[in-house]
Ligand binder design. Structure first.
Ligand code: SF4
Length: 378
């Protein structure tokens, strides 16, 4: 198999790792490097989009995760997945640098199946990244996926070369993971490595991924695990990947999970990670352990905002509990109040602070009135 064929196989096989707000280009197979399936646009932490080469080092894997196209003994879906491919370090480093020089990508997301043993595969990934950093002096973004079971020494070496690292917990508990994989063990293979990475000095920290809907875990289980991970492993982000069945795997006949579920988990994650909502508030809206089908911020507001929030008096904590007011908007409101001093804010001021009126209207009070209708703001 030549390098371009490998790039197609391994780029397509890498699509199961989520790395945030991405738009994967379809695998068109038309000539031209810019059409490779592994080239994606991902949203960075500052909200800008960057192009990445997102690829596996190899799609050969000795593990048996039930949902995975690359599992041992599985042929996976799609024509690409039936072929096994593996880069040589020089080959992948040269391909990546060609894409950088042609301004097609600005960074690398490197993951892999576990061919043989985790250290052997990780060594190949490390050699690739070392060539990119040391021979080509590439200073940009490299996300390095740690394989379950990799030794401390290799994880440490990777941390000295990567911008960000991640190891996927995949499931919300040790028991749930064992339902999906007979080989991976949550504490020894994954959490232990996260705790090593936590102590290493990474420019962009560490992240993880959980698959939702591959078994019958509840949102409460997922969110409790997320909370634990943020508090104990110092994660920058958790990605929630909605399960999608892959042909020729044990879960091929299971129903695909709705994207709306992972979107609700992202929204709820934002509430406790960024807005620092007490977890008790999130528990309040769960029904049989599941989030309601509406926006969780609105569901919490409906349950807990018993009196309309006075925009001219409320503190930051109270303001950000109002749907349609985010943390920048809350700061704008407080800033504008201090500039206007004795003059109260009116509805026009709110709009200019960034309040999304149609979301906030039912929960706020201005000049002693609750704004129930949008027309009150016109
Ligand atoms: S370890 Fe990764 S590549 Fe291997 S079967 Fe599990 S999810 Fe797939």
């Amino acid at each position: 198999m030549n390098t371009l064929e490998k790039a197609r196989v391994l780029g397509e096989a890498g699509k199961y790792d989520v790395c945030g707000g991405e738009i994967c280009k379809p695998p068109t197979f038309t000539p031209g490097l810019q059409n490779l399936p592994g080239i994606i646009k991902a949203k960075s932490e500052n909200g800008h989009f960057c192009s990445l080469l997102k690829t596996l080092y190899t799609n050969s894997c000795k593990y048996d995760c039930k949902y995975c196209a690359n599992r041992a003994g599985g042929s996976g879906s799609g024509s690409c997945q039936k072929k096994i491919a593996q880069y040589q370090p020089e080959e992948l480093a040269n391909l990546f640098m060609t894409l950088v020089q042609k301004r097609i990508v600005t960074g690398l997301f490197l993951s892999s199946g576990v061919a043989g043993n985790p250290d052997k595969t990780t060594q190949g990934m490390l050699d690739t990244v070392r060539i990119i950093r040391q021979r080509y002096n590439f200073k940009g973004y490299i996300h390095f996926k740690v394989l379950p079971g990799t030794s401390y020494e290799l994880v440490k070496q990777a941390s000295e070369l990567a911008s960000r690292m991640s190891i996927n917990v995949e499931a919300p508990s040790k028991a749930r993971l064992s339902e999906l994989s007979s080989v991976k063990e949550m504490n020894t293979d994954i959490i232990k490595r996260q705790s090593w990475i936590k102590k290493m000095n990474l420019r962009s920290g560490q992240t993880t991924q959980m698959i939702v809907g591959a078994n019958d875990e509840t949102d409460l289980e997922v969110l409790k695990m997320a909370k634990w991970e943020y508090e104990n492993m110092n994660l920058r982000r958790i990605y929630y990947s909605a399960f999608s069945p892959v042909k020729n795997t044990p879960l091929e006949n299971n129903k695909a999970e709705a994207k709306s579920r992972s979107n609700r988990l992202y929204n709820t994650d934002w509430l406790f990670r960024i807005y620092k909502y007490d977890f008790k508030l999130i528990r309040e809206i769960l029904i049989d352990g599941m989030l309601p089908s509406k926006d969780p911020k609105i569901a919490i507001a409906e349950k807990t905002i018993t009196e309309p929030v006075d925009i001219n008096e409320a503190g930051y904590e109270e303001l950000i509990r109002v749907p349609g007011i985010g943390h920048v908007t809350a700061q704008n409101i407080i800033q504008m109040r201090s500039e206007k001093k004795e003059h109260k804010l009116d509805s026009k001021n709110l709009a200019s602070c960034g309040v999304i009126i149609r979301r906030a209207a039912a929960f706020i009070k201005i000049n002693n009135g609750t704004q129930k209708r949008l027309t009150a703001f016109s």
